[in-house]
Write a protein that binds this ligand. Structure first.
Ligand code: UP6
Length: 257
């Protein structure tokens, strides 16, 4: 059931954002999400403009940007149109519904005004989804649940992960998938996105655990691989992004066999 082409998946999912994402993945032959974890807006825009042709998603941590401005967001949104990718703010909301709704809409970042996708930790219960959904649904946004994590010793395992899948099923109109390390369901409505990916596996000094693009897609069942430092710290980010794109896409093609 999992081994379907992006075209078939785009047809079998309900949410317009999921359909759009799968159609981008098909058109651009990529399942690569760039995690652009840089602190200066010009550095972010520069790398996104050069790597943009090879990715389906650009993922941000907007709260690490030192010179954040509305102009930065405008430029980022222009690049998303220019290169045809989706914007994912990796905010990992984790509070009561009312608070996450305030955090989503307000403050300096006004995340709901520009991010197509955000993610939430299921730890507070369904209210965390309801809080984001209150504003996000009518804007056509989507949300991912952090059902598993890549870091050593994390607590998002077992019954917690199972409960996350149930929560997603209760909010199919808004939850479009998971941040995860394994295939959690065959329901075509849920996209599986896997961080902790590098061309050579291993760990960093702070508990991150890496698997290769092949391992993530073929063994862990990832639809989308999320790569940060593997690309942004490479000597040549553009040619390295192409390598990740090819590795991820070839692994996808193998799952179709
Ligand atoms: N991320 C993980 N693991 C998770 C969830 N999210 O690494 O379970 C995020 C990190 C970072 C990116 O916040 O932005 O994915 C991974 O970056 P890296 O490739 O440089 O390790």
């Amino acid at each position: 059931a999992v081994c379907k082409s992006y075209r078939e998946r785009s047809e079998s999912c309900q949410h317009s954002l999921s359909k759009k994402l799968y159609s981008i993945m098909e058109t651009k032959s990529t399942n690569l999400a760039l995690s652009v974890d840089l602190t200066k807006s010009n550095d972010i825009l520069q790398i996104v403009d050069t790597v943009g042709p090879f990715v389906c998603i650009v993922k941000t941590h907007v709260d690490i940007v030192e010179d954040f401005s509305q102009s930065f967001v405008n430029h980022l949104s222009d690049l998303a149109k220019k290169h045809n990718f989706i914007l994912f703010e990796d905010r990992k909301f984790a509070d009561i519904g009312n608070t996450v709704n305030c955090q989503y809409n307000n403050g300096i970042f006004k995340i709901s005004s520009w991010a197509d996708i955000v993610n939430v930790h299921p730890v507070p219960g369904e209210g965390v989804i309801a809080g984001i959904k209150q504003t996000g649904l009518s804007l056509g946004r989507g949300c991912l649940l952090v059902a598993e994590m890549s870091s050593k010793g994390n607590l998002a395992t077992g019954d917690y992960t199972k409960a996350a899948v149930k929560m997603a099923e209760n909010h199919k109109d808004f939850v479009i998938g998971f941040i995860c390390q394994s295939r959690l369901t065959d329901d075509p409505n849920f996209i599986h996105m896997t961080p902790g990916v590098k061309l050579s596996s291993g760990d960093d000094a702070l508990g991150q655990q890496y698997s290769t693009p092949e391992d993530a897609v073929i063994n862990k069942g990832a639809d989308v691989i999320i790569v940060g430092r593997g690309i942004i710290q490479a000597t040549d980010p553009v040619s390295t992004a192409k390598q990740y794109q090819q590795a991820g896409y070839n692994a996808y093609l193998q799952t179709l066999k």
